[in-house]
Design a protein around this ligand. Structure first.
Ligand SMILES: C[S@@+](CC[C@H](N)C(=O)[O-])C[C@H]1O[C@@H](n2cnc3c(N)ncnc32)[C@H](O)[C@@H]1O
Length: 383
């Protein structure tokens, strides 16, 4: 696990930016960025003026398609989360890159990702309000919408200049390297060895593990006698990892497709939108064996210990509401919070689309809990 990842703080107010945008001389500008995903036809836009004209002309266009049209490197869209991301292949992060520079890059990427989610959510919310209540006073004015869209374009450009998701992941992988403390699978393995002592005796039982947001397919390799790992990521860094957005992953249709362990290590905080964070947690229940399934959740410690809107107790309440009534174990390391929850009570509406069965009212809305200075704004909303 990355030591540098531990420092992630998700508070836009903390952004005193220290990562400088790489400045390229005009004659050395990237021509066509290499995209991991197929470029969206006609996505490349021209000058800033052209972009602005496009923005103001497009106020009635769907925000997502417009966002894509502003995407410098044309990422493939799946869910709203992944569509936010600039995905392109970048060169490996040099090993000698200082941990400080890597940490800054990761931190900046998080901040941008979060701001992007906010702009998009504002546009999407205004749009749904407009559809439900014609001329609602709460909808965005054309100027506000244009400002948000312009900011989205700027953010995407900066993400692209930083190297996009690919560079972020390479930096994170570097952070996982042994010199910096290794990956987070170690804590999970130690829990399982004490929690399921029979596994030490190498029975034929092989646990099915789903690693969401995996940077390496090899984290569980040396335990392959008792763990079968399925690894997915929005932008796989290895051919053995499946390119998949968890929010779009088909639900298991039979017990054989369920998992014994679902890992969300530094993924929930990576997602910028608090409601989507909650959706990821809720969705995890549908992939686990009810009664025995284990969710392994890792968050930066400040998300739990230094947020205005979140703390350990609230996280437990949220998890209990989802059916994770047993906290097998948790551990606060210097910079990371580790949790292993058991899914005692699986979802009752397994065969139904979750959104169709819920009201629009949040079970756990954004609510101030610690009104103190110097706290961050990390939040999870459970709808
Ligand atoms: C900070 S990295 C964490 C990597 C690794 N799990 C660790 O503990 O170091 C977050 C990863 O989550 C992935 N991710 C975020 N949202 C995702 C989603 N909806 N589906 C699949 N992967 C996702 C990102 O692509 C990124 O590689």
């Amino acid at each position: 696990m990355s030591v540098i990842l531990d420092t992630l703080m998700l508070n836009t107010r903390q952004v005193v930016m220290t990562v400088n945008k790489p400045k390229r001389p005009a004659n050395k500008r990237r021509k066509t960025p290499v995209t991991a995903a197929a470029p969206v036809a006609g996505t490349r836009t021209g000058s800033g003026a052209e972009k602005k004209a496009e923005i103001s002309a497009a106020t009635d266009t769907d925000a997502m398609s417009l966002l894509l049209s502003l995407t410098p490197s044309g990422a493939e869209t799946t869910s709203a989360t992944s569509s936010l991301l600039t995905v392109k292949n970048t060169k490996a992060v040099p090993q000698q890159k200082t941990s400080l520079a890597t940490a800054q890059l990761i931190r900046r990427y998080h901040v941008l990702n979060k701001e992007l989610s906010k702009c998009l959510a504002r546009i999407d919310n205004a749009r749904s309000r407009q559809l439900s209540t014609r001329n609602s006073p709460k909808t965005l004015t054309p100027e506000q919408r244009a400002a948000d869209l312009a900011r989205i374009a700027e953010i995407r450009q900066e993400m692209d200049d930083l190297g996009g998701l690919d560079m972020y992941q390479k930096a994170s992988t570097l952070g996982q390297s042994k010199q910096r403390g290794g990956d987070s699978s170690k804590w999970l393995i130690s829990i399982f060895k004490s929690y399921h002592p029979q596994l030490n005796r190498k029975t034929s039982l092989r646990l099915r593990l789903l690693d969401i947001g995996a940077l390496s397919p090899h984290n569980y390799q040396k335990h392959s006698s008792w763990i079968h790992a399925t690894t997915i990521d929005l932008n796989p860094q290895d051919p053995l990892i499946t390119k998949m957005d968890f929010l779009e992953m088909p639900m298991p249709s039979s017990p054989e497709e369920l998992f014994d362990i679902v890992c969300l290590s530094l993924v929930v905080n990576f997602v910028g939108d608090p409601t989507q964070r909650g959706e990821i947690l809720r969705r995890s229940t549908r992939f686990l064996v009810s009664g025995t399934g284990v969710l392994y959740l890792v968050l930066p410690l400040p998300c739990i210990q230094n947020s205005r809107y979140m703390d350990h107790e609230l996280l437990l309440e949220m998890m209990i509401s989802l059916g994770y009534t047993t906290l097998i174990k948790h551990h606060f390391a210097r910079k990371l919070a580790y949790y292993a929850f058991q899914l005692d009570d699986g979802p009752t509406d397994k065969n139904l689309d979750s959104s169709a069965t819920r009201t629009t009212q949040s079970l756990f809305p954004k609510k101030l809990r610690h009104d103190k200075p110097n706290r961050n704004n990390f939040c999870i909303i459970l709808a």
